[in-house]
Design a protein around this ligand. Structure first.
Ligand SMILES: Nc1nc2c(ncn2[C@@H]2O[C@H](COP(=O)(O)OP(=O)(O)OP(=O)(O)O)[C@@H](O)[C@H]2O)c(=O)[nH]1
Ligand SMILES: [Mg+2]
Ligand SMILES: [Zn+2]
Length: 349
């Protein structure tokens, strides 16, 4: 029987619901204990028991890839190694798709995602919409955190631009990530039992925020002068305990990615488009140049284009590898035929 010490596990994110789920996972293994995955390296998985962190390995039979944020059952084996024998089905999963369409789990069991973006040249409305899509598809609450308030210009205008562009109310705060007072600005998302994840491009200030909120010592890096791009200083995801009682997951800036969503879940972040689209003349209107479109002239043009771009990516990701090969082959045939006709026209045959 595993023992669940609520007070001990609370600082690593335990809630009454999670406690219940963990008890159901109990497989009556001697000395087993509940723990949370706080970092994953190639050779080992760092789990936290509430008391301390220890390196563990997943039992070969576990059958699933673990992610930071997972709740697991671990036990010390006779060879003095910790083994993970069970994993709680995550409550939330934030995942992305690679260019090839592969799904990659980023973090699990998070309540809130702080979408971190610099008010310097990192500021980009399309990118914030992309992060909103990944997070809202996962049913995680988004908060937009704009950093570098202390050094940026036009802060109020930039906040207004976001408000104008997004249809629904999403909390937006501007902060100096280096300043202690940031913890009180974010306090409502940092209470005990909460887990938050920081997402945003390299150099946005995710590790700087982690250090202020959790008194951790995550490495931070400078940014390039011209475009404010970071140097990919953070390389792994890791969970830390905040001073306010919540858990915070620092992540590396993502390079190129698509949200892990289908058409329906993408619609959560773009429900303004979905609602208007019910008035388009054609049910399958793509809002390009179809007559009677109720979306095209109302929604911000750049927002609509961003939505259409992500929709194309999602459709491509949903194709199986075989369908993709098939489609490429079809295009090849068409191209060949077109080239042939062109040559015929030129009288080359
Ligand atoms: N002045 C000021 N500098 C900041 C602020 N936030 C971050 N920085 C600086 O921006 C640089 C990048 O910050 P990091 O915290 O390393 O960025 P990151 O998001 O963790 O980047 P990656 O780990 O590469 O994904 C560092 O030099 C920070 O000191 C801020 O609000 N104000
Ligand atoms: Mg970092
Ligand atoms: Zn339309």
């Amino acid at each position: 029987m595993i023992d669940i010490d609520f007070d001990l596990l609370r600082p690593i994110g335990l809630t009454p619901y999670i406690a219940q789920q963990l008890l159901q996972l109990d497989m009556d293994i001697a000395d087993a204990f509940p723990a949370r995955v706080i970092e994953i390296q190639r050779e080992w998985i760092l789990v936290h028991s509430g008391d301390c962190a220890c390196r563990a390995r997943a039992l070969p039979g576990l059958g699933v890839a673990l992610a930071v944020g997972d709740w697991v059952i671990a036990a010390l084996r006779p060879n003095n190694e910790y083994w993970i024998s069970g994993r709680m089905e995550p409550i939330t999963e934030v995942a992305r798709r690679s260019h090839e369409g592969n799904r990659q789990l980023l973090v699990t069991n998070v309540d809130t995602a702080l979408l971190v973006m610099g008010l310097d040249n990192d500021f980009n409305l399309r990118r914030i919409e992309r992060y909103l899509a990944i997070v809202q598809a996962a049913q995680v609450t988004p908060v937009i955190v704009l950093t570098k308030q202390d050094i940026a210009t036009g802060v109020a205008e930039k906040m207004e631009q976001i408000k104008q562009r997004l249809p629904v109310h999403i909390p937006i705060v501007a902060v100096n990530a280096l300043c202690e007072s940031t913890a009180s600005i974010l306090a409502q998302w940092l209470s005990p039992g909460q887990t938050i994840v920081l997402l945003g491009s390299s150099g946005a200030g995710k590790s700087t925020l982690t250090n202020i909120l959790a008194s951790s010592t995550q490495k931070t890096g400078g940014v390039r002068k011209g475009d404010s791009r970071g140097r990919h200083t953070t390389t792994t995801r890791s969970l830390h305990q905040c001073k306010n009682g919540a858990c915070i997951i620092d992540t590396p800036g993502l390079r190129s990615w698509s949200p892990d969503a289908d058409e329906e879940s993408l619609g959560i972040a773009f429900d303004d488009i979905g609602t208007l689209a019910t008035n388009c003349r054609f049910r399958n209107c793509e809002h390009n140049d179809e007559p009677g479109c109720a979306v095209r002239d109302v929604v911000d043009k750049d927002r609509l284009q961003n939505y259409q771009k992500m929709l194309r990516e999602i459709r491509r990701n949903q194709q199986t590898a075989l369908e993709r090969i098939d489609e490429r082959a079809k295009w090849k045939v068409l191209h060949k035929a077109a080239a042939m006709r062109a040559r015929e026209k030129r009288g080359e045959y």
